[in-house]
Design a protein around this ligand. Sequence first.
Ligand code: AMP
Ligand code: MG
Length: 338
Amino acid sequence: MKTRILVGAAGLLLVFYLLPPTPTTTPVEKYHLAMGTVVRLAIYAHEDDASELFELAANELDRIDSLMSRFSSASEVNAINRLAADRPVAVSGDMARVLTRSLWFARLTGGAFDPTLGALTGLWGFPDARVPPGDAQIDSALALTGHAQLELAENRVRFLRRGMGLDLGAAAKGYAVDRTVDLLEAAGVEAGLVEAGGDIRFWGDKPDGSDWRFGVQHPRQRDDLVVVDGPKIRALATSGDYERVFEYDGRIYHHLLDPTTGHPARRAVSATVWAETAMDADILATAVFVMGPEAAVELIESTPKTETLIFYMEAGRLEQRTSSGLRGHTRTTQRSEE
Ligand code: AMP
Ligand code: MG
């Protein structure tokens, strides 16, 4: 431990002495549109190197997007959705990794997170949805979902039912963040952060020695943030009912679907999960949202190196619950005060 601190300190000194006058205590930042959202790249690097590093990162984000997006007909996901009911389809290494992890969590969460909701999410049609589908349509779509009907063996996938489809919308953003962080770290960037629509991963120590700290958006008060001190876990993601929404007949509908009912999940208002990778955090935030506070806290307590903060309604009131590792470490503040 001591050695690490010493090495860290020496590294810092080098940065300070070799690179002035660039202010290394503030990161160089860039925004890039990918995965249907704004991706923020913030790296502690020399200005001169930044544009090349940002290009590397943007290319990687675009590459993952073009594999995993349901909204591009040329994507690998859509090729699988077209072919995998007829025969086993060989998939890329990236796809195999995302599917393996997705199936693992689908089983662990009892299907609250399910990567095979394509037929159902296609029927709802977020983000353009304006009218909820009828019950009969929902039942037909539900019959074409279920992770147990997805076979993955030796990097080949097959659907056991015709009409099934993958939707990796709850995992792919996190995976893209992980890949981008890996790439930037491998390129020698000692510290930084990548965020895609609320999925965050950071690495290294900030040159000014301060801790990485994050505010979680309060789901109902736009100006409020919940500041969480610690945990020392590198990634976090949030799923909220306020992200993609429409109102119909006086009722609000959002894009996080309960795979048992086929309707928007109602047990939570927002769910934030900390995990060692952004993909795990992304997947678990969606699962925790669907499961609701009791089952979710139980799941998170039994999963090493994860924590959660959940907002939910009880008797008409907004309540908060955290896993034990965050107890006493959260406080709500005004955005303007941070
Ligand atoms: P996220 O914002 O990461 O929670 O992901 C939400 C997206 O994942 C939605 O837009 C759908 O494409 C998809 N999705 C919705 N509900 C689920 C679910 N229960 N399990 C897996 N994916 C889901
Ligand atoms: Mg997610």
